[in-house]
Design a protein around this ligand. Sequence first.
Ligand code: HPA
Length: 270
Amino acid sequence: MLEKIKQTAAFITSKISEKPQLGIILGTGLGGLVNEIEIKHSLSYEEIPNFPVSTVEGHKGRLIFGVLGGKNVVAMQGRFHFYEGYNMQEVTFPVRVMKYIGVERMIVSNASGGVNPDFEVGDLMIINDQINLMPTNPLIGKNYPELGPRFPDMSETYDKPMIEMAIKIAKENNIKYQLGAYAAVTGPCFETPAEYRYMRVIGADAVGMSTVPEIIVARHMGLPCFAISIITDLGVTGKIVEVTHKDVIDVASIAEPKMTLIIKELIAAL
Ligand code: HPA
């Protein structure tokens, strides 16, 4: 794995002129942040050695290099989901590579179902903790001390200073925000009403099918992480309605400008 990471990082480094400081992963229906990036280079996943190829609707599958909020960034437009059939090493491979091309922090977005009864469709939730409900963990297997410790600490998975900054930005711009814990399941089914109830009981505020593996790997390598979720549907008793992938994309697209503003200003403030 180390060799592959280094090989891919060397390939990418040979194609770009500026080392990115920040790594961004854009979730379902949230690729629009890319329009805010002053793009310098773009590599489609197919042309990057060792990269998996994204298949899901709403995911373009490009690595974008450019300037956002005055910082050099690399953004994944489209991520790899466990439900697509990739293993955890594949899902998290791009995060490993980002670290090796110079990224110092991660910013991640996603769409999720809200299970906190105070939430509304279209809300933004700044993620302040996570629950891994996927049946495995990307760190299972041989540990490479060069990447990180065998038993990484997860007591402050999401970077408190970045959360504070994002809250300040949201308040200054009159953007309603929620704070909460994100639980990750494999999908691809959405949850049953009993499963949504279960999520709430165990301490989640929202549930989705991504982010947790990438964050575990980023934390393993010591990268401070920030993540934000768009609540695209509600898994709250009495408010549960049928949900489709299109609904998720549509709601995410509507709420996206607020999220984009927060991320852009957060990056500028770092
Ligand atoms: N459950 C899981 N993943 C999701 C949901 C949901 O309700 N909404 C968007 N992604």
